[in-house]
Design a protein around this ligand. Structure first.
Ligand code: ZN
Length: 889
């Protein structure tokens, strides 16, 4: 068992730093195993720090995993043990001068040995860095916290031939060759003060594509994307997305770019998606590189959205940063909201909203319902890397969206403008952010603030009654706030509910409240635990269309009959809710079928749902992309969450297959017609309309394949064989991987041979086998861990094979014999030794284990307990596994 339990860090213990570092000069000589970092830090006591007494506060600099060569204070060399103390995690100067001084540190780091991918490391021969959240302390000793802002000048030096490209933050100021001509250097200077987590460097033999952007005030910015040689054409889409993002942020939020250059570098080994380092974004290459034959539409869309996200951080994150890591949602939730709005404007706003809501429910709602539930602003952590979660990001974005819904567009924009004006250059808090909206609108937002403090997904229970005699309708809404770890009781929240009351003719009835008259913007604001809203001039019983546009991140229970759902599916004026009605109907059917299987009863069929779906997709007014969303069933994870307890993923999987087959059979003719109608014509284009057609055709293919007739299998094999782009090729491959037989074997072999030389595309081959519903899936996955193209040290490979198996293949991961759990435990423990961040990510696949039926629950607990008892657990894994096992269950 563990003896030294890691201690949590708490928000309530926040104190300003005792010292500030206003200037940083770095001189870095790159070398594969001995990179030498000379850091000159201009340190001064912080006037805002209230010390405990008259004695000077020691200067405690964070640092780990490096060698310290020398320490100089002004011009005097300091002696270890006497003038400073060195521990595994810090350098402490007990009696620093109480005036400004210069501290010069020389450290040695080993990029090649760095498999944690934090600090400086090498990826396929390219030096790069990752400092968020706490990687800078692996480069030099520093006040590694976001409220210490410094101006950086960086000199990089390396072998001229092997490392021709040298990049850092800010603007390039100087470059040259050293005597002898073998080595060269480049100097970069960033005029904007920044926290050290935004520091970055890149050195390597890279190719690039270039473009320019003229800002609204007429400044010319040089844009460049660095990639591996030969991949130039694959970076064009990312460049296009970058320019559209820059124009959009000016148009929508009045935000201009603020340096002479903007660089993006794609690297292959990366723990996250991408990183917004000032002026030098570093990306996982799967989120930069795309061409029609190598990337699916989903990847094109993800590239557009992530390029925008990282760019938007320049204002929400970099110009205004976070005071401490508890405020992570301040930059992430807000920036996700901004990238979602960008995608909505660039694409179809309804389809975008559906995509975002699907994602929120699948990941964040699941997180919120289990042992890892935490507030959007957590109050304590052991390892901050564990808080880059769906709750902080996606729910954080929903909170900003609710704020916009509550205040209305004009007041929301006024609040944003005030935030940019008031806090530019600050390390801010959630309170600072909310105060701007309160000041700009005159509204009291204190109840809204609970959304940042209270974890868990609220449930709304709604009932509608109608009185014909008085022509009134009463809508009663109760909010139920579930207990979550550490938060047994909760206060009622402010919940905006956008709604319509749909009359018999399919038209919305004007919303007039008896007490206060017309409902502004169609949004009710629930503030009490339960409230009844009485509407007047309602001639007949309407059907309530609630939570339009998903106006709040809540679960909704409303007493609608199958006929009501059919009615909303056929003609709700709000297109989001038309989809929502369809999704609710499908969910209802899937739950009934799964429950029927559990109870050994003859299962329900769901014919009414299939027919209503058929009527919806026949509507010529709906776009192909939207119809594709209608045809996509709720995921198995959605159904598991809906069932909430005694979940049998095997039954859910069977229910899913049954309903797919029923829809495929019932709507066979219509789907075949769509499949033919949506066939590709002309050259490939990644735009949203063309992607929508491909999505609809592939959705039809999925349902037709589910019928399982010989001609359906022939169609599928042909679809794979004739595919003219990766969207179609990959879609068919995933469907084929669910089938046992020669077609499947041939397709997988062909895909492997075609793409084995491409380290990105081959991940699709790993993924397709990882999510296969065949009973042999686990054996295949185990075998693939020894495939020559697989490596546990490359996060993309781990995510493609192990992550997809554990998170996207519920039936096989949750095998009744527990072998899936034991496999994941083995992988988590192996990763724990060198990349704790990825280990802990994989471990989160157990987040819903308490909801499983008792047999699987016992086996999952056994696997978790084995992890918990293992020696040398990282802080990352220790924190997650303790939370998983912490509660009774
Ligand atoms: Zn971000």
């Amino acid at each position: 068992m563990k003896t030294d339990t890691p201690r949590p860090i708490r928000l309530k213990d926040y104190q300003p730093p005792a010292y500030l570092i206003d200037k940083v000069d770095l001189d870095i000589a790159l070398d594969p195993s001995r990179t030498r970092v000379k850091a000159r830090l201009r340190v001064k006591p912080n006037p805002a720090f209230a010390g405990s007494g008259s004695a000077p506060e020691p200067l405690r600099l964070d640092g780990e995993h490096m060698e310290l060569a020398s320490v100089t204070l002004d011009k005097a060399a300091l002696a270890a043990g006497q003038d400073y103390k060195l521990t595994d995690t810090a350098l402490v100067i007990p009696l620093p001068p109480q005036k400004a001084f210069t501290l010069t540190l020389v450290t040695i780091v080993d990029p090649d040995a760095n498999k944690a991918l934090q600090g400086i490391y090498r990826s396929r021969g390219v030096y790069c860095s990752q400092c968020e959240a706490q990687g800078f302390r692996r480069i030099t000793y520093f006040l590694d916290r976001p409220d210490v802002l410094s101006r950086y000048t960086v000199r990089l030096e390396a072998d001229r031939e092997q490392v021709p490209v040298l990049l850092s933050n800010g603007n390039p100021t100087e470059r040259g060759t050293l005597a002898g001509g073998k080595r060269h250097y480049a100097v970069w200077s960033d005029p904007h003060p920044k926290p050290c987590y935004l520091f970055a460097l890149v050195g390597g033999d890279l190719s690039s594509i270039a473009s320019t952007f003229r800002t609204a005030s007429g400044r010319e910015v040089d844009l460049r994307i660095y990639i591996e040689h030969g991949k130039e054409a694959r970076a064009a889409w990312a460049m296009d997305a970058l320019k559209r993002s820059m124009a959009w942020d000016e148009r929508r939020f009045g935000r201009e770019y603020d340096l002479d250059v903007f660089n993006i570098v794609a690297v292959s080994d990366f723990n996250m998606g991408a990183m917004e380092n000032k002026g030098l974004n570093i990306f996982n290459d799967r989120l930069i590189l795309a061409s029609p034959d190598t990337a699916t539409d989903a990847i094109f869309e993800a590239i557009e959205s992530v390029v925008a996200h990282e760019y938007f951080h320049n204002w929400t994150g970099n110009r205004i940063t976070c005071r401490d890591w508890f405020q992570l949602c301040l930059k992430e939730g807000l920036t996700v909201f901004r990238d979602q709005e960008f995608s909505a404007d660039e694409r179809d706003p309804i389809v975008q909203r559906i995509t975002d809501v699907r994602q929120l429910r699948a990941t964040q709602f699941a997180e919120d319902a289990g042992p890892l539930a935490h507030p959007v602003r957590p109050e304590s952590y052991i390892e901050i890397n564990n808080f880059y979660t769906a709750t902080v990001y996606e729910k954080g974005a929903e909170l900003v969206r609710m704020l916009a819904t509550i205040l209305g567009e004009a007041q929301f924009r006024a609040g944003m403008d005030l935030y940019f004006e008031r806090h530019d250059g600050d390390a801010a808090t959630v309170e600072d952010f909310l105060t701007c909206f309160a000041d700009a609108s005159g509204r009291d937002l204190s109840q809204f603030k609970l959304w940042y403090r209270q974890a868990g997904t609220p449930s709304l229970v709604c009932t509608l009654s109608h009185d014909k005699a008085t022509r009134t309708a009463e809508l009663t809404i109760e909010q139920i706030l579930p207990a979550t770890p550490g938060q047994p009781g909760k206060k009622p929240m402010l919940i905006p509910i956008r709604l319509g009351l749909v009359g018999g003719n399919g038209q919305d009835i004007p919303l007039i409240l008896e007490k206060s008259g017309p409902v502004a913007d169609g949004v009710l604001q629930l503030t009490k635990r339960a409230e009844t809203f009485r509407f007047v001039e309602v001639p007949s019983r309407p059907v309530p269309s609630l939570l339009r546009g998903f106006s709040a991140p809540v679960n909704l229970t409303v007493d609608l009959t199958d006929r009501d759902l059919e009615f909303l599916m056929a003609g709700d004026a709000d297109l989001f809710n038309r989809w929502q009605a369809s999704n609710a109907f499908a969910t209802r059917m899937l739950c009934q079928i799964a429950r029927g299987l559990a109870e050994g009863k003859r299962p329900v069929r769901g014919l009414a749902y299939a027919k209503a779906l058929g009527a919806s997709i026949a509507d010529p007014a709906l776009s192909p992309a939207y119809k594709a969303e209608l045809l996509r069933l709720p995921t198995q994870a959605d159904i598991a969450r809906e069932l909430a307890r005694d979940v049998d993923p095997g039954h859910i999987h069977r229910a899913h297959r049954q309903l797919l087959k029923l829809v495929g059979t019932t709507l066979g003719a219509e789907l075949e017609a769509l499949y033919a109608e949506m066939a590709p014509r002309g050259a490939f284009s990644p735009d949203a309309r063309s992607a929508g057609k491909r999505a609809l055709r592939n959705a039809a293919l999925t349902l037709l394949t589910a019928r399982g007739e010989p001609r359906d299998m022939t169609r599928l094999a042909r679809h794979f064989h004739d595919a003219g782009n990766m969207t179609d090729e990959a879609h068919a491959l995933f469907l084929l991987a669910h089938e046992a037989g020669p077609d499947s074997t041939k397709a997988l072999a062909r895909f492997h041979d075609k793409w084995k030389g491409d380290h990105l595309v081959i991940d699709t081959w790993f993924a397709a086998q990882a999510v296969s519903s065949l009973p042999s899936a686990l054996d295949t996955v185990v075998a693939l861990t020894t495939h020559p193209l697989f490596s546990l040290a490359t996060p993309n490979k781990v995510r493609a094979l192990i992550g997809n198996f554990a998170l996207q293949n519920p039936a096989q991961f949750n095998r009744p014999d527990g072998a899936g759990y034991q496999f994941l435990a083995d992988q988590v423990l192996a990763l724990n030794a060198f990349n704790p961040q990825i280990a802990s990510r994989m471990l989160s696949a157990f987040r819903s284990w308490r909801a499983l039926e008792s047999g699987r629950r016992k086996l999952a607990k056994k696997a978790l307990t084995r992890i918990a008892k293992a020696p040398d657990l990282s802080r990352d894994v220790y924190e997650i596994v303790s939370k998983m096992l912490d509660q009774p269950g």
